[in-house]
Design a protein around this ligand. Structure first.
Ligand code: PAF
Length: 278
């Protein structure tokens, strides 16, 4: 495993690899790695000859400076965790990625205005900016993203469509702790007790799904009422939407590919999750 910190060195190493006809899988991350990331790396390794994992806490996608400051960072720990799994780790500094003020402006229509986009203005423009820069430096054959960040996945698919980059976007299932909580780097900021409470959100949504009620509105009312009882959780949104458009569905009977998306705040940590309904 080699650690690279500059774009110039990265391009030089990748040029040699590509000249030998090897395929490249990219796993973009912001570090604070966990088993969810390991599952992305394993998938990338099974489909490519070389895996590049990027670690970069991208300031552009944080609309809240406090959130950026508190975001967990521990490169040494990350490197120990992925030793033996990854071929190249690209961990640049902020000035390496943004030597001048970035000016990219993306237009994803409705897609970046709803849900996370509504709660975190500018977030998806920041995500698209860093992901596009990584795509340009690395030019991978495939790039791997977790389904937990479901709206991000839709944005990245749209990005690749707009830029016509020849990169296959691979969606990987949510990896959960034994209590059902979706693994997330942000969970590292929560106490064991708070993680347990957070896991109940998943339990509530899963149970609601099992009720077999076809009306999305009824399910939502039930979920909202149950989450309200969970101290100290504040719900941002819970929606039942079409997987492709992220637009709300009315009846589960009439819809095909349906997912529930949820965002909530516990303590001062914001968590999101995705549960496939149909
Ligand atoms: O999902 C993440 O960790 C980040 O949003 C990503 C895709 C690495 C971009 O900074």
């Amino acid at each position: 495993m080699i650690l690279i910190e500059t774009v110039e060195k990265l391009k030089e190493v990748l040029f040699r690899i590509k000249s030998n006809g090897k395929t490249i899988g990219l796993v973009p991350t912001m570090g604070a790695l966990h088993d969810g990331h390991i599952s992305l790396i394993k998938k990338a390794k099974s489909e490519n000859q070389v895996v590049v994992l990027s670690i970069f806490v991208n300031p552009l996608q944080f609309n809240n400076p406090n959130d950026l400051e508190k975001y967990p960072r521990d490169l040494e720990k990350d490197l120990l965790l992925i030793e033996g799994f990854t071929d190249i780790v690209f961990a640049p500094s902020e000035s390496e990625i943004y030597p001048t003020t970035p000016e990219e402006k993306y237009d994803f229509g409705e897609l970046d205005k709803i849900l996370e986009g509504a709660s975190r203005p500018g977030h998806f423009n920041g995500v698209a900016t860093i992901v596009k820069r990584l795509f340009d430096y690395i030019q991978p054959d495939r790039a791997y993203f977790g389904e937990k960040d479901f709206q991000q996945l839709a944005i990245i698919r749209e990005l690749v469509k707009q830029t016509k980059d020849d990169i296959t976007i691979v969606a990987c299932p949510v990896v959960r702790e034994s209590n059902g909580l979706a693994m997330s780097s942000r969970c590292q900021q929560l106490s064991f007790a708070k993680r347990n409470i957070a896991s109940k959100v998943h339990t509530i949504i899963n149970k609601a799904k099992e009720l077999g009620v076809p009306h999305a509105k009824k399910i939502s009312e039930h979920v909202l009422a149950e989450i309200k009882k969970l101290e100290p959780i504040t719900l941002d949104y819970f929606v039942i939407v079409d997987e492709a458009t992220l637009q709300p569905v009315d009846s589960l009977d009439d819809a095909k590919n349906v997912v529930a998306l949820v965002a909530y705040i516990i303590g001062d940590v914001r968590l999101i999750d995705m549960i496939r309904f149909k």
